[in-house]
Design a protein around this ligand. Sequence first.
Ligand SMILES: C[S@@+](CC[C@H](N)C(=O)[O-])C[C@H]1O[C@@H](n2cnc3c(N)ncnc32)[C@H](O)[C@@H]1O
Length: 237
Amino acid sequence: MARAEASLIETIGKEGLAGKNFLDIGSGSGLFSLAARRLGAKVTSFDYDRDSVQCAQDLKERFYPHDDHWTILQGSVLDPEFMEQLGRFDVVYAWGVLHHSGDQWKGLARAMAATRPGGTLLVALYNDQGWLSRYWTTVKWLYMHVPIAQPLLIAFYAPYFIGLRWVVRFFKRQGVHERGMSLWYDMIDWLGGWPFEVAAPQDVLARGAEQGFQAVHVKTVGRRQGCNEFVLVRKPA
Ligand SMILES: C[S@@+](CC[C@H](N)C(=O)[O-])C[C@H]1O[C@@H](n2cnc3c(N)ncnc32)[C@H](O)[C@@H]1O
């Protein structure tokens, strides 16, 4: 939890959330919604996946029972009616989500539309690594569509995803959890993360500029695998 809060503070600043309306698109476990609530935001979280919604509800029940400033819903960022009825938010957070939605550019457009003029949009999207991204698209497709491939792929990639990364993280004293996930679940999440899309930073920035968003912070992973991170501010009305 402390790490989730620190990550939000690093991205938008300590004073950036108090009293703000915060939309968490694809809230997953709800950990970052909880962090935003703890930092004083009025939070709306939603996810397409029922189990994730339940998980966020369990988290709320544990830390913020009967709280009117945290609403949890089930819905899709690709559903125009659902998104329209949510309204506009001061801060919209779509971290590691749109590239799993099945249409990341449509998802990005909906996330931008949900950001009020003058508001902030925080997005993390998988980096486009060219042929390597095509390679992972094939691996992930096999993992999801050919049942016999699953144990084989796990056995093949576990030495890297768990063994090697455990050693590296141990020596760097980074702990063995990534965004609240163990290395095992991080590997399963990666191999089974389907649909899967990637985006080049300049394409994200161009889409933002088209809709009147200016980048105030961009953190890219260069040519490596991982997510590029964007903080985009919408032009005031
Ligand atoms: C990798 S998780 C990220 C969770 C969380 N944002 C975080 O940073 O820890 C991706 C989440 O996006 C959700 N998701 C995928 N497609 C979606 C869609 N169309 N609408 C809303 N959520 C979606 C998945 O169910 C999953 O919970």
